[in-house]
Design a protein around this ligand. Structure first.
Ligand SMILES: Cc1cc2nc3c(=O)[nH]c(=O)nc-3n(C[C@H](O)[C@H](O)[C@H](O)COP(=O)(O)OP(=O)(O)OC[C@H]3O[C@@H](n4cnc5c(N)ncnc54)[C@H](O)[C@@H]3O)c2cc1C
Length: 459
């Protein structure tokens, strides 16, 4: 039976980052990664077809976390990094069937028709909003409507939440999804005051502060798509990775772990990192701790479909100078939003063509998971036609479906995490990494992998 100091299970960004951090910080340890699929990357993938590059899941990360950039550098990928065009600050929201620009400054906000006059005035009352009732795990929606009013919560916050989480703002926990917002409120008593303070600080430090229209940091990927990162991991760590190895169980006896795969192979390890979606981790650990398994199973996922379409430029009459648009649920459309990928990264479509990347599903639309591919595609085409005036059929369509797409940090998530942490503390040497716990983005996956490796190296 192969024996290792550390076994990492799951070859998405979380597991691969954990492998890298272990190899670079503790080269004396024997470490191996098991991945169920025949390929690495999990939700990260890129197809190159007819001059288009289609990202299967994520299409970039924000360059605000030095650790992710350091990881790229250590992998020799710094020169392949590709920053989004400067036009990404131009974002749109659908209201009353028409795309409205998200204002970038207070004067633009005053002139904007994104909210009604009462809705705009209500935002100016933000510094005087009533305090959060004590001791509650407030939803993002309740937080938003308490601070900036219901209209802004419906037309600014809900679409942003569905763009990031595929989530429903009234179900998601503010403190688990956007802890920084809660901290800003606690520290400054007002988001407006906090934003001004942060903008001043960012200016002093020469950083992009982020604000109501776009997040802090630049959207960043690699030339040709995000999969370049995974290919590099594969090149560097081929000797430490086994693909096609689906783990069915992890058990602990006499101070070490036995890991079993579906093909009957067993591995032994002193420590194990489960870098799996939580519902998979749940079934794998049932034999070590039924309580840990049941806490992990409490984290729910939303389905999401990514529909990439290529069109001739001549099919699109509107100007695509921007990031794309989001659709508030009040607009009753099937799509959650659409990203103008080739405006963000020019090399994602051949010359004379444009790429739209449209999201369908989310926690508010579990029905979409039951739709056929052709149903999804025709709904997307109709919505894109109605909203952007696009005409004719696309040259090419690629649909990527994720039944368990994005973990949802529902109200109560922090309690689930407390239960998970207390069970984990009883099983010395077992660790969790992945996007189901403390942040759903690529940066957070890298950060968590780093934290887990730091912890396991301490013993
Ligand atoms: C549609 C979509 C768009 C997104 N867009 C962005 C974005 O633009 N920016 C961003 O920062 N984040 C984005 N995200 C989130 C980001 O993709 C994830 O946070 C990240 O990829 C999760 O990585 P992971 O390694 O934790 O999990 P995964 O990618 O799910 O990897 C887990 C791995 O474990 C393997 N596995 C499962 N079961 C077993 C088993 N029993 N044995 C062995 N291996 C197993 C799987 O095959 C998989 O390879 C998006 C996600 C989706 C779905």
């Amino acid at each position: 039976m192969p024996r290792y100091d550390l076994l990492i299970i799951g070859g998405g960004i979380s597991g691969l980052s954990a492998l890298h951090f272990t190899r670079t910080r503790a080269p004396h340890l024997s470490v191996h990664l098991l991945e169920a699929d025949s390929r690495l990357g999990g939700t990260i993938g890129t197809d190159h077809i007819n001059g288009y590059s289609f990202d299967w899941g994520p299409n970039g990360f924000l360059d605000r976390l030095p650790l992710t950039l350091q990881l790229c550098d250590e992998l020799g990928l710094s020169t392949q990094l590709e920053r989004a065009n400067a036009n990404v600050s131009n974002r749109f929201i659908l209201r009353g069937g028409r795309l409205r620009p998200v204002p970038l400054s207070p004067p633009a906000f005053l002139k904007s028709d994104i909210l009604s006059w009462p809705g705009k005035l209500r935002i100016f009352g933000e510094p005087f909003a009533r305090k959060r009732p004590p001791g509650i795990d407030e939803s993002i929606y309740d937080f938003g409507s308490r601070r900036i009013g219901r209209e802004a919560a419906d037309y600014l916050i809900q679409p942003m939440v569905s763009g990031v989480y595929g989530g429903v703002a009234s179900r998601l926990s503010l403190k688990s999804c956007f802890p920084i917002m809660r901290e800003m409120e606690d520290q400054y008593g007002s988001l407006v005051r906090a934003m001004f303070a942060r903008a001043r600080k960012a200016k002093k430090e020469g950083r992009k502060a982020g604000g109501p229209s776009s997040p802090a940091g630049w959207l960043t990927s690699f030339r040709g798509g995000l999969y370049a990162l995974i290919e590099r991991f594969r090149e560097v760590y081929a000797g430490q990775i086994t693909t096609g190895a689906e783990v069915v169980s992890v058990r602990k006896a006499n101070g070490s772990f036995t890991v079993q795969t579906t093909d009957g192979q067993s591995y032994e390890a002193k420590q194990v990192v489960l870098a799996l979606p939580s519902y998979r981790a749940s079934s794998v650990v049932a034999g070590v701790s039924p309580d840990l398994a049941s806490s992990l199973a409490r984290i729910k996922y939303a389905p999401i479909a990514v529909v990439c379409m290529g069109f001739p430029e001549t099919s699109v009459s509107r100007n695509l100078n921007g990031f794309g648009f989001l659709v508030p649920s009040k607009e009753n459309r099937r799509i959650l939003g659409s990203i103008w990928t080739s405006s963000i990264f020019a090399d994602r479509a051949p010359s004379g063509k444009v790429q739209f990347r449209t999201m369908v599903g989310g926690d508010g639309d579990h029905e979409s998971a039951k739709m056929t591919d052709s149903d999804i595609i025709s709904k997307v085409q109709k919505d894109l036609h109605d909203i952007t005036g696009i005409t004719g059929a696309p040259d090419i369509v690629k649909l990527y479906r994720w039944t368990y797409g994005i973990p949802q940090y529902h109200i109560g998530h922090s309690e689930v995490m407390t239960a998970i942490e207390s069970e984990l503390a009883k099983i010395n040497g077992l660790h969790l990494a992945g996007n189901a716990y403390y942040g759903i983005g690529l940066n957070e996956c890298v950060k968590q992998a780093d934290a887990v490796v730091t912890k396991l190296l301490k013993g």
